[in-house]
Design a protein around this ligand. Sequence first.
Ligand code: SF4
Ligand code: SF4
Length: 446
Amino acid sequence: MFLTIIQMILFYALTGTVGYFAFKKFKEVYDNIKMGQPETIDTPLSFRLKNMFLIAFGQKKMFKITFPALLHLVIYLSFVITQIELIEIMLDGATGQHRILFHYIFQGNILEGFYRFVVSFIEVLSLLTFFVTIVFILRRTVFKINRFNKPEMKGWPTKDGLLILAFELTLITFIFMMNGADRALQLQGDPHYIDTKGFLLSNFLGHSLMSLPHGALVMMERIGWWGHLSMVFAFMLYLPYSKHLHILLAFPNTFFSRPEPKGQIRNMESVMHEVKSMFDDSYQAPETDGEIKFGAKDVFDLSWKSLLDAYTCTECGRCTQACPANQTGKILSPRKIMIDTRDRMEEITRNRKIHGPDFTDNKTLLNDYVTSEELRACTTCNACVEECPVNISPLNIILELRRNMIMDESNSPQEWNTMFANMENNQAPWQFSMEDRLNWTDDLNK
Ligand code: SF4
Ligand code: SF4
């Protein structure tokens, strides 16, 4: 009884602490996304739900590459379905009981078999996930799949990917340790460990472990239980620092998918009014307050949707793999654009925490993270947008940065500058004045 109370106190203390720090960091991510500019996405609810269910929940775009999609599906299903067992673990922790849902809801009635089926299914998925995780590790470390070995993956992105895979292996080991020892204790007849009649895989473990001393089995079961819970808590704390945040953000990101057909580039409001006034003297541009901005220089100038995109990026590299600029040896990688955008947001937050909310570090996403060489290499082909499994648009960020680079910094090749000057003066890319524009018709009726 004493040990149970100690464990309950520990459970509440740990849950409260983890909940507090996880909430704090998730709130920080939310605030970072909110520091972006407004963007209206006024799509019908049915369109949003369809995107979310097909692309985030149904993994539709993942299946453009079948083998990794199948592997990913196993891990994804395992992650989702394991949460059912986690509910019971949390309730057990909070009440100091053991298999509370089985005891009060499922035991001794028609639903008992259903409970056994669900936990057995979780065990089978967990075992499959164990092997799939090893395949994922091998793909990154031994087979060195090309898209995981691009320059932007050096350092933290690779470590992040491997760390989470190691997490998974450890978590699954704890699940089998917990269920196996639990079953052995049931077979030994300990009344605290209610007889579930065994689950598909841990039943074998239980039978092979049941000859161990009772104390050793209790210790093993507790290590498995606490180990499982600790990995879940560690994952919650780690998630907002990791590319694995896509597990959660893929849902809102696909829900708020942009409606335009790929290839349609949004007009710049400020330029659109300017052009309309050129063609129509009576056109009245709306009043603006403050300076007119062209494109984006830093993350604050990007829309909230682009910032949500950056936090949702899974760093899978499908965009970079499909990018014709990258394929032909240019420096551009759309995945790097997403990583840079996220890193820049995190840098701003870190600085503000250390130096106060008004601190500026005189750095910008444009130039300090993304270079003009990268931006000029983009052909705006949309292949990256098409390939992304979670409907991210690296192109949107590239376009905004490029607009600023060209229209604000005038950082464009000389040939382009001549063309821009002609457009400004002659309202056409050529060096003919407006009056001479129809000269070519003079000879038509001769
Ligand atoms: S739009 Fe630009 S970044 Fe995207 S694939 Fe095409 S060239 Fe690459
Ligand atoms: S932008 Fe999309 S395709 Fe590119 S790395 Fe991120 S998730 Fe993958």
